[in-house]
Design a protein. Sequence first.
Length: 560
Amino acid sequence: MKLWKAFAISLLLAACSTNKGSGPAAVEVDGVVFQKMEVEKLPELNHNRGGHFTVCLNGELTVFGGHTDGFVLDRTAEYFKDGKWTEIPMLYPHDFGFAVKLPDGKMMLGGGAAENFGIGQSWGVEIYDPETHSFTPAGILERKRTGASAMAFKDGRVIISGNWYHDDDIEEYLPGKGFSFVKPVAVQRNLPSILQTDSSQAIIFSSKGVRGDTIGITVDRLYGEPFEEPLLEEWKVLSIYNPSNSSDYSIGDYTYLIHVIRKADGQDAIMKVAGEHFSLLETEKPIPLQGLDGLKITWGLKIKVNRKKRTAVMMGVDEKSRFYVAQINYDATLDGGKASLNLYYSDIPMETPVVDECWDIMDDGRIIFAGGNSLDLRTQPAGQDNFKTASNVYAFSTQPKANGTSTPWLWFGSGFIVVVGCIFLAYRLMRNKSREEEEADTSEAAKKSKQELQEQISKLIEEKELFRKKDIRISDIASELATNRTYISLIVNSSLGTSFSDLINTYRIEYAQKLMTEHPEMSHTEVAEESGFSSRTSFLRTFKSKTGQSPTEWKQSRTV
């Protein structure tokens, strides 16, 4: 946008703002500014619940299952429509189970505690249709689970992993076929993050084991061998009760933001995972650990992303039960810059502060909390009280409401601004042509630079056959081209329209096809080894995904 146009818009906003009264109160703490959020208390749920899910589906706020006071399982759901909550029966309670949004707009819920008090694991799975407000059974899990996570592919497949006080593995749901075992895991995990890294691949990792123990830096692949991520030595992934669908915290195709905490000092930060590349998201300032009155902020909830606005949201609470929002404006990082932070607070303590997977962002931008387990950091510094739950529902807004007030001096002030603005606009219009030419030249130079780097990446991979390295990383390419890996990732994702792992697999499949053509006597295992795949299974799966045929079918079609 041209500067003079931006200024014109700002003039209109300034004039309009004189009718809206003052904005939210700001509080500065050690140089960090917190803006006050608008808070609205909505009608309460029909009854208390915790360990449940809160999701915006089809424009409706919906809560599923969990448990109520006394840690007693709850087999109901509620949806908010026309100013009231309507309760509907579920097949299973799914207290600390998993929930995942499906490509068709429905919701899959599965597993969870088998008995009151969070005891045991369960098998049942059901699908919720927000159009009919009804549940249908979807079979049983291959392994009973609680504290699991799930991720859905575009074709309807769902990957499930994670458990609590029970063995873990990876299983898959196929529409119409049910659940089946895929492979064992290298590390037993609780509440893992499951991230899609290309059209058919996913990675699975966590910092928490199935018995609450701290686990290492191993990352599992859905297909292929696991690998170790050094960044997880210093930073631990925040264990979040059911991360729901990875699309909730995706900033682009196969690129995600994850909340992490530095093991040495408890500093919160954002980890960026692009394909299989892990890095820290650079921010202009650290995420603050202190809020109002100098009280510690516990940033204990997951990140949610609004890709349209290019922002991500984190939630926190202090010892007076005030709620905080950190809005991460990540757009600048896509061009090599740093993310900025907007920080907000609510000075209205809740009767029962809520935790767990009990919030979502509505289509209108409001942040909704509904129910949850009790959390009072003054009396429960170690965690939540599963025996005491809430029915409160709150809507937080980071945008101030208009109050319709106006005064003559405000009108005079806005008029003065407009006059000065017009003079400034006239001056800018005189220089507009030269500025446009300058911007065009700069844009063309940037475009040319990106195109040159794109060509260098392709040339390097092809000439040195780097794709044949089983452990090839995006940092290897960056090192060869003497640039940073973040910029390489940006070029691959935006200019080439794919993830790094998917790009490498494309080269590997092309090379494998060449080998099978020139050396038909080679076995699939030999072809996989020569082409850079970690295993024969990984080769077969990727080949089918890329070509629509198995290697044998492809060879036969070439012969015909």
